[in-house]
Design a protein around this ligand. Structure first.
Ligand code: GLY
Length: 593
């Protein structure tokens, strides 16, 4: 059964059962609190909370997808039999359509009847803290197979979520075949709030995830994921010198595949966030290729094969772009790499500490140091090297915690990220510009326009909002003009604290389902300043906002903001595009950034 057969069987199975097939979303999520898309449910988060309407967008309460996903926390573990950075996730989802009974029956039928596999055992949530055990799932499993082996597990194994700082979450049941977990079925009964408390969702939902690579491994009866037809054609392209070096082979094929998908979703190598992950992946491919004499042309051929093999499913894969980014990064990295190898040549012995230094300063991975170091690195072990790495991580984390509150950044509110004072000034200007943009969109397009996400870097703002069609060039111009007009009017930006109730009563916009504390901060922009107004309540003779005019914008927000809109500079829209059926995205910048 090829991976193509598995994809087709899965989608057909759920389509036949009333699910709308939805294409994978980008690896770069709209939720700014997560770096990458890590699960199929991410693009559906607003449907679980009732904030978006699945009937309107999909014509069904149930969907299914095969989602491109990236999980980078285990990047250093890639090379064993099961870890990957990029993978694909098959999933079926329901937003109030069906719940435990159907979800378990579908999974059971798909695994045992459609794929003809035998289930070893299933796990269910055994209860923990105040959350009760999932006796209902146990009953459903027993009704399908009287003899099925059911194991109760705790919260760390059988409770999902949330992705990002908050989101839908709930107990899970998992299916094990040939000793590996293949399917995770989540019963989204709760909303996990940022403060870790749980609120009951109005309608419970279903979210499932089944890794394609693992499924292919058990369906194709292979010993590990790299022997499946998802990886075999790539491993074939590696030179004979790499035979027996399974770990290196796996790192090269995993990282090339992840890099190809990241580049095609618009990531370029850099020293920050997604760009930094891509840089690490590409550099590890380069270093191992260099060490084993894998020619650049052969690496390019691997990228070409990835683009070819996956092109039918993911037409966004752009072979030329992938290869050109790889070539550019290779050129940049060669100098450091040569420096690192030279440094290694100078050492008499290579122990954990010196090996880690080579890794940190030049990006030489453990394998290369061990391999090239030869006799000099005789006593160097992976566990020693990893211990050294862990020790350094702890030291630098402790430093970063003290300085930047644990982020390694000067500011990271989730929405706003800045590494130093200079960047902080830029993101602050863009942040106030975002409020002006939000207010202008509502005034020009529709008062129902709602913020869906906002992401601000020192270079630009990115604002997602609900609207169901492309904006005309005239509308974009009007929006841009309105923001610039508000900037020219030199409107004051005033921060006040009040109760949540008063804030909403005063017309302040709140961000959809976010849980707010009782006392909140509100930022009001405008109206214009007039001499002498309001002076009865203040002793100052400074100009005051004209209290008879409504403000230009008022939002619940944690800040920071400029104190007068004139500090923003000239506002310019760079791009307007669709994020999904009813969500648009605007990227904009301000002059001087
Ligand atoms: N959201 C379920 C999973 O990714 O396993």
């Amino acid at each position: 059964m090829s991976h193509g057969d598995i994809r087709e069987k899965f989608l057909k199975f759920f389509e036949k059962r009333g699910h709308k097939i939805v294409p994978s979303s980008s690896l770069l999520p709209t939720d700014p609190s997560v770096l990458f898309t890590t699960a199929g449910m991410q693009q559906f988060k607003p449907y679980y909370t009732g904030q978006s309407d699945p009937m309107k967008d999909f014509g069904s309460l149930n969907t299914a997808s095969i989602q491109k996903s990236m999980r980078t926390s285990d990047i250093d573990k890639v090379g064993d039999e099961s870890h990957l950075t990029f993978f694909e996730m098959l999933g079926n989802f329901s937003f109030g359509g069906y719940f435990k009974k159907e979800a378990i029956e579908y999974a059971y039928d798909f695994v045992t009847k459609e794929l003809g596999l035998t289930i070893d055992y299933v796990s269910v949530f055994g209860g923990e803290e105040d959350i009760p055990a999932d006796k209902e799932s146990e009953k459903i499993w027993k009704s399908l197979d009287r003899n099925i082996d059911i194991r109760e597990m705790g919260r760390s194994d059988n409770f999902w979520g949330p992705t990002g700082k908050e989101g839908p979450c709930g107990p899970t049941t998992e299916i094990y075949v040939n000793g590996v977990e293949i399917w995770n079925i989540v019963f989204n009964e709760y909303y996990c709030n940022e403060d870790k408390s749980l609120s009951k969702l109005d309608k419970p939902g279903i979210d499932t995830g089944m890794g394609l690579e693992r499924l292919a491994m058990v369906a194709q009866k292979k010993g590990n994921i790299f022997e499946t037809d998802l990886f075999e054609p790539l491993i074939q392209l590696l030179p004979g010198e790499m035979n027996g070096h399974d770990r290196i082979q796996r790192i090269i094929v995993d990282h090339s595949r992840a890099a190809a998908f990241l580049i095609s979703d618009g990531v370029v190598p850099s020293n920050k966030e997604q760009g930094y992950v891509l840089r690490r992946l590409l550099r590890r491919v380069i270093v191992h290729s260099h060490n084993f004499g894998l020619e650049l042309d052969a690496v390019r051929e691997i990228f070409g094969t990835i683009a070819g093999n996956y092109g039918r499913v993911y037409p966004e894969l752009d072979k030329e772009k992938i290869i050109s980014e790889f070539d550019k990064e290779n050129e940049k990295f060669q100098k450091t790499l040569k420096g690192g190898l030279k440094e290694l040549g100078k050492l008499n012995t290579v122990d954990s500490a010196s090996a880690f230094k080579l890794y940190e300063s030049f990006g030489l991975p453990y394998e290369v140091i061990k391999e090239v170091g030869g006799n000099k690195a005789e006593t160097l072990t992976r566990s020693g090297f990893e211990q050294e790495m862990k020790r350094h991580r702890e030291i630098s984390r402790a430093g970063a915690d003290k300085k930047f509150g644990g982020h390694g950044l000067l500011m990271d509110t989730g929405e706003l990220k800045a590494g130093d004072e200079e960047e902080l000034k830029k993101v602050t200007r863009l942040h106030t510009a975002t409020h002006l943009l939000h207010a202008s969109l509502r005034k020009i397009l529709d008062n129902d326009v709602q913020q869906q996400g906002s992401d601000i870097t020192p270079e630009r703002l990115r604002f997602d909002f609900t609207f169901s069609r492309k904006l005309t060039p005239e509308e974009l111009q009007q929006v841009e003009d309105m923001v610039n007009d508000a900037i020219k009017k030199e409107l004051p930006v005033i921060k006040t604290e009040m109760s949540y109730k008063d804030a909403i009563r005063s017309g302040a916009l709140a961000f959809f389902k976010q849980k707010y504390p009782n006392r909140v901060t509100v930022y009001t922009i405008g109206p214009e300043l007039v001499e002498g107004q309001n002076s009865s309540t203040r002793t100052s003779s400074e100009p005051q906002p004209n209290s008879s005019e409504p403000p230009f914008s008022r939002e619940l927000c944690g800040g920071p903001h400029v104190s007068n809109t004139r500090e923003i500079g000239k506002f310019k829209i760079i791009k307007e595009e669709a994020v999904s059926a009813d969500v648009r995205r605007i990227r904009a910048m301000v002059e001087g950034i």
